[in-house]
Ligand binder design. Sequence first.
Ligand code: SAM
Length: 339
Amino acid sequence: MTSDGFYARHAGTQGGAAGLGIPLLLRAAAALQCHGASLQLADLLPLGALITALRARSMVPVSVVHTDLPTNDWATLFRVLDSDPRSYLRHHADVYASVVGRSFYERLFPPDSLSIAWTSSALHWLSRAPGPIPDHFFVHRSADPGVQDAYRRQSVSDWTTFLAHRSQELRPGGALVWVDVLRREDETMGAEALFDCLETALRAARDAGTITPAEYAAMVYPTWFRSLEEFRAPFAPEVAGPSGGTLHLEELEPVELPDPFLESWRTSGDADAYGRAQSAFLQGFLEPSFQAALKTRPPEVARDILSSLFSDIARRIAQDPQAVSPQYHLVRGRVTRRG
Ligand SMILES: C[S@@+](CC[C@H](N)C(=O)[O-])C[C@H]1O[C@@H](n2cnc3c(N)ncnc32)[C@H](O)[C@@H]1O
């Protein structure tokens, strides 16, 4: 994600998505056995609601461990935890925050140590980009079956790996709760028009010679949005982890998230502000991947290229907000470790 808090300032969409997971987190908290020395929790938002629910049942110390890649904007997380009025550290005593800078496709915690693991808007990120995409930055809009297949296979392998690690880290009775993007049966996820607008800007940059054809092909969003069947596939009927822990799928529910920026455009009529908000949202999660495609350029040149690209995207979005406005198809899920 972008650094210096840029991602965090433009993550209204992701905040809305995370909020949809709260009911499942509360059910996970209600089902948890609260005896023992302390509770270990993993990952981000909306931990305040979860800690409040746990505190109603038990006063044991709570340890919250935030995990992300080593390249994450950790400084912003530390600042938010310390000084944001919504920080759970400001509202609850005997809660201890720490971080792990490591991929969640690896082991992160000791065996049987996690009570609740939480992840939102992250599971679609693949452990690596399987390769360039010749005709679209977003694999689900590509017409290349070979490329689609490579990304699909990476997604199957990553989901299996992720669950195998969590099956060891969760303690018996512990739960994993997630919110992520859903690819529906009609193959859509709801932001196609927005993503196509970005793609049009990328092609314009390539055709104008601002980026080379090789840089264009390397500018990919290294993700795969799973269908309900793809989420369910490892649970047949349960995931049997490598050290005997079994994971059971308790809930898997499609949910919808409306465009968080649309209402203020309807109220203000300010299409430029709408274009800037959507473009900054896209930049917040795409810029590091696009930057990697410009690795042979001097850093200041790469920065200028990306800055004009995202300004162009903002202009294109502003031309017709209604036509590009997304309606996100999401899914929330809850898994428990029984054995
Ligand atoms: C769209 S952001 C969502 C962040 C946060 N949950 C939120 O709702 O704002 C996706 C996050 O997943 C992280 N991520 C991507 N791949 C990862 C991996 N393999 N292991 C851990 N985190 C990863 C990214 O660094 C980024 O912080």
